[in-house]
Design a protein around this ligand. Structure first.
Ligand code: FAD
Length: 481
């Protein structure tokens, strides 16, 4: 039997700038692209429903892209190490190449894969590509790990590889016969009930081609005003590349390279481009933190918060938050945007998260889990680090006592209420003055806007003055211990 090289696709569902794939092609042997749908490996966290929908589309796109190059995608379902060991035996593979992951589950899986393959005399090589930099590369002058973003990024941004990313290969050598593959449709990735993903499907174009289109659209326009406009949720001023990055449909190096190219060619892009690249730094920083402090998936980075009296469990308050029925329009608009599009604007993510952890005093785990299930861009490190940041217990977190006021945040970042009107249609004709606080509107204004508080739109589910006092008392309680 001729030997072959297996390329394990997991967090890099793309052909361009995929070092593992390129090295496999260079090996000269037939290449067998493989995806393992794994809900069984140790420490694995099953994907949320929105991510499953995205994965289904992304796998179909990847398979089509491989087929147009004379190749295919072999799909198996099970524990990654067992499935790969079986495939290696079936096809007589001499090598297994993969793109490295940084979550605790990825680290454990790669370790066990490496051990098993070494025993079988099969080469196992990991390549970078999910991040701009390997977490081991970025250290302080004294060799310690960074826990604060600004110095991290000062060091990290100087280390980034600025060479041109590799294009997608035009041909991939196929084996003489293909091993069997599970059907993509058998993985259980379809939404149930099917119709909930319809608006998501209209909004997004998963897959490598969709990722490159998004980047091109962003660099053609919004990047110019990114710095000023990125905080205003009605403006579509950000890239919306997050789900494409989460599934590795485009490499962060491609974003880096293309943005810098635009910056060099057009001065109008330089400020926005630089700011955009700095945001990518937060993605690097989150992955860096999770890799070095894997306990942060459950434990607060600031240890004094382990005694914080968070509330937990099922509650009408949390359900109102999930459904966008809190009576605070900007919170409700954000939560409904999440439900409709599987995505929420960053500024609004901060507002809704603050509302859950500081106004309702609910544990950030609860919000993190809801986001994990409903975001198409759910990213283990970004999500955990961001929730800890908002909750005040993260490494470089905003101070706990800084509690967002959803009404003033709405008035500041959605002045004319355009975003609220889009996602909370029952408030569509409220005058700007009251759109972020309908409860303060005189009866005649409510009547003219056809709003019946408590019927067509909820009255606020909490008294914010009391909630703020409770949050500060909870903070004081952990300071005493
Ligand atoms: C509570 C909370 C939970 C979050 N959960 C996730 C998550 O699961 N997945 C996720 O990708 N982002 C998460 N974020 C970060 C951020 O909101 C999104 O990355 C951003 O809104 C994605 O939109 P965009 O692609 O248009 O971003 P852009 O503004 O265009 O930024 C470009 C890219 O930079 C990265 N980025 C930007 N801001 C951040 C940030 N604060 N932290 C880490 N990376 C960042 C993302 O990869 C993003 O795609 C969360 C933020 C909060 C406050």
């Amino acid at each position: 039997m001729a030997s072959a090289t297996i390329v394990l696709f997991s967090n890099a569902l793309r052909l361009a700038d995929n070092a593992a794939l390129l090295a496999a092609i260079e090996s000269g042997d037939p290449v067998i692209p493989v995806y393992i749908f794994d809900e069984q490996s140790p420490k694995i966290r099953p994907l949320g429903a929105a991510s499953k929908w995205w994965l289904l589309q992304s796998l179909m796109a990847l398979r089509d892209d491989l087929r147009t190059r004379g190749s295919d995608l072999v799909i198996r379902c099970g524990n990654t190490t067992d499935c790969i060991a079986e495939l290696v035996a079936e096809v007589g593979a001499a090598r297994v190449f993969l793109t490295r992951g940084y979550t605790p589950a990825a680290v454990a899986t790669e370790q066990s894969l490496h051990e098993i393959l070494e025993k079988k005399n099969v080469q196992c090589r990991r390549f970078g590509g999910y991040l701009l930099l390997e977490p081991e590369m970025v250290r302080t002058k004294t060799g310690t790990k960074y826990t604060v973003f600004t110095p991290f990024w000062r060091t990290a941004s100087d280390l980034i590889d600025t060479t041109e990313p590799q294009p997608a290969p035009s041909n991939i050598l196929a084996p003489e016969s293909w091993p069997t593959s599970d059907d993509i449709g058998s993985l259980g990735l379809e939404p149930k009930p099917a119709h909930w993903a319809a608006p998501i499907a209209v909004h997004w174009h998963p897959g490598e081609a969709g990722a490159h289109e998004r980047l091109a659209d962003f660099l053609d326009g919004p990047v110019q005003t990114y710095k000023q406009a990125r905080d205003f949720p009605a403006t579509d001023a950000t890239s919306s590349l997050s789900p494409h990055l989460a599934f590795g449909e485009i490499s962060p190096r491609t974003l880096w390279f293309e943005t810098r190219k635009h910056m060099a060619a057009d001065e109008a892009v330089s400020t926005g481009g630089a700011h955009f690249l700095r945001e990518l730094g937060w993605r690097e920083f989150s992955a860096h933190l999770l890799f070095h402090f894997p306990d942060m998936q459950t434990q607060p980075m600031r240890k004094q918060f382990s005694k914080f009296p968070w509330r937990e469990g099922d509650s009408d308050l949390v359900r109102a938050w999930q459904k966008g029925q809190t009576g605070f329009p900007i919170v409700d608009a954000g939560m409904r945007q999440l439900w409709q599009l599987g995505w929420m604007h960053n500024r609004v993510r901060m507002i809704v998260a603050s509302f859950l952890v500081k106004d309702l005093l609910w544990h950030w785990h609860e919000g993190e889990a809801w986001f994990w299930d409903t975001l198409v861009d759910a990213d283990f490190a970004n999500n955990i680090a961001s929730w800890q940041w908002v909750a005040g217990c993260g490494a470089d977190a905003s101070p706990y006592f800084r509690i967002f006021n959803p009404t003033t945040q709405g008035e500041k970042f959605d002045k004319a209420g355009e975003y609220v009107r889009r996602f909370v249609p029952e408030l569509a004709t409220m005058p700007d003055k009251y759109i972020h606080c309908p409860v303060s509107a005189p009866e005649r204004v409510l009547k003219m806007a056809d709003v019946k508080l408590g019927e067509t739109y909820p009255v606020p589910i909490i008294d914010r003055q009391q909630a703020r006092a409770a949050a500060l008392a909870a903070l004081a309680s952990i300071k005493k211990t």
